[in-house]
Design a protein around this ligand. Structure first.
Ligand SMILES: [Zn+2]
Length: 384
């Protein structure tokens, strides 16, 4: 190959490709250009056959961002406990560690990248540098990073609350609405949570219940145990009860309308604000359409069992119970977010080996390719 050709390819990669990325956000075209460039480059160096360029493209894309471990942001809300520190090994000095935001690009608490070339950056900063291609094609339709994954340790009851849907939240709050799902990681004997109304009520009755402190009479209280799953559509009134530790996968939003707070005061000694008018606007005044429970049956795979916990337009979540080894693939459609709930394992992906134990969160960029989880463990796998 001529030097001139190499120079023009180089120009293409330095100038044209970033321009496409910035101006058009056109990843399909970008991938095609990269594909040609990689094929030509390898032909020039005589390294590999063109039939292998698909694989090379993945390697090349992997250079944008390697799989990384994430350090969470923490919240010390008044109802929090200490188990995220004592049981899940979280490094946090708060007296109460109510929540760890495990995979977060939210301004109120982004995760931090722990390893690799972007170590020390927030996850949104790393994604900005690496290019939005690391999120996968399913994320292209979202203006902002679409999901937020948390661990929640409720030593005390959370307030009774509701979240708006996308339309309302974008109009009134300027952010995403919040549909969420809960996986009960652990629960004390007798623990309960609140999930929607027992039966349909009117707006006037809802207001009267809030005013008269009789809301708990009309809301469904459900006993929970480890492994239970709930899908909380935006507009469903809900509350996590005391003694429950939950993994929550939700839309990337921090908008909550509180309607009842058990007469408590906040960290500043004052009652936490209620948001009754907005809550009445957005709450679905009937029993939840979805029954509690996972979306799918457990499926035995080679070396692990996979259960679909939830799937909606914002996220798809699977529980993986790995006996020895699980072979998976982070394709071009979405990144994979792994949250380890028990065990001791390692993840081998894109030339990296990352240890993974209880409480760890890993982010595998889209197009990282085939990867393996080795070692007995229980993992929540979230994708878009
Ligand atoms: Zn909620």
């Amino acid at each position: 190959m001529q030097e001139k050709t190499v120079a023009s390819i180089d120009f293409c990669m330095r100038i044209v490709v970033p321009a496409i990325r910035i101006w058009y956000n056109n990843f399909e075209l970008l991938a095609r250009i990269e594909h040609c460039w990689v094929a030509l480059l390898y032909e020039y160096y005589g390294g590999l056959q063109t039939s292998e360029t698909g694989g090379i493209l993945k390697e090349r894309r992997g250079e944008f961002m390697k799989p990384v471990r994430l350090k969470p942001a923490f919240k010390d809300y008044i109802w929090g406990g200490t188990r995220l520190r004592t049981d899940f090994g979280k490094d946090c000095d708060f007296d109460r560690v109510a929540e760890s935001w495990e995979l977060s690009c939210h301004k109120d608490g982004p995760s931090i990248v722990e390893n690799g070339e972007y170590a020390g950056l927030t996850l949104p900063q790393a994604i900005e540098k690496a290019g939005k291609g690391v999120l996968g094609s399913n994320c292209e339709r979202f203006k902002d990073f679409p999901i937020l994954i948390k661990l929640i340790d409720a030593k005390d009851n959370l307030s009774v609350q509701v979240h708006p849907d996308n339309d309302y939240a974008q109009r009134v709050e300027g952010e995403f609405g919040k549909t969420e799902m809960w996986y009960v990681v652990d629960a004390d004997e007798g623990a309960q949570l609140l999930y929607g109304f027992k039966k349909e009520i009117s707006k006037e009755e809802f207001r009267a219940c809030i005013r008269d402190n009789t809301l708990l009479d009309v809301v469904s209280s459900i006993p929970v145990k480890k492994g239970d799953v709930f899908f909380i559509d935006a507009g469903t009134l809900h509350a996590i009860g005391k003694g429950i530790l939950i993994a929550e996968i939700q839309q990337n939003s921090n908008t909550t309308y509180r309607v009842y707070d058990y007469g408590r005061v906040g960290n500043d000694g004052k009652p936490r604000p209620l948001h009754v008018d907005k809550a009445v606007d957005v709450t679905k005044l009937c029993p939840p359409a979805r029954k509690p429970g996972p979306a799918g049956e457990p499926r035995q795979q080679d070396g692990y069992v996979c259960t679909r916990l939830a799937s909606c337009e914002y996220f798809t979540v699977d529980e993986l119970k790995v006996a020895e080894k699980a072979a998976l693939c982070a394709d071009s459609i979405s990144f994979h977010a792994l949250l380890c709930l028990s065990g001791d394992a390692k993840v081998v992906c894109a030339g990296e080996t990352l240890p993974m134990k209880k409480g760890d969160s890993l982010f595998l960029p889209a197009d990282s390719g085939d990867y393996v989880i080795e070692g007995a463990c229980e993992v929540i796998l979230s994708r878009v």
